[in-house]
Write a protein that binds this ligand. Sequence first.
Ligand code: RP5
Length: 173
Amino acid sequence: MSETTGSGPLVGIVMGSDSDLPVMTDTAKTLKQFSIAFELEITSAHRSPARTAEYARSARRRGLKAIIVGAGGASHLAGVIAAETTLPVIGVPIANSPLSGMDSLLSTVQMPSGVPVATMAVGKAGAVNAAIYAAQIIGTGDPRVAEALVAFKEELARVVAEKSEKLKREFAV
Ligand code: RP5
């Protein structure tokens, strides 16, 4: 599946299982906010290794600029994809095992020297941040995305200020 804005997908959102989707939909929603075309893929480092390798190997020639990878448990998916591509790979650890995401975090972040995975926070914050990080990568060469990122940061600050003003009004004497 791909979300397009007139060109092919620029970002791949990959997850190890459909059980990762409730978290990774936040990545898709955030990329949509920036009008960045993406594609969604379910493939597993352990259950479908050949399909995973082929996806990663073909990503650059298919026009992707970054790959966002969410997985839980012994989360080797981002690392396996990073091994097969020179594109930036962004990992989202997912907390869906009895170890509450610590297993996924460590297996995503502790890559050996030479094969980086940019590891985000565990769970939904990481899923959102992965999309913003991909937008920042794309924004280095796309002024439209760079401007959208400035507006996004301004909106973050506006919402905080609004909450502060609301709090002051509630507790005014
Ligand atoms: C990982 O194992 C997947 O990314 C998922 O987070 C976890 C459990 O997968 P299911 O058993 O729910 O398919 O590979």
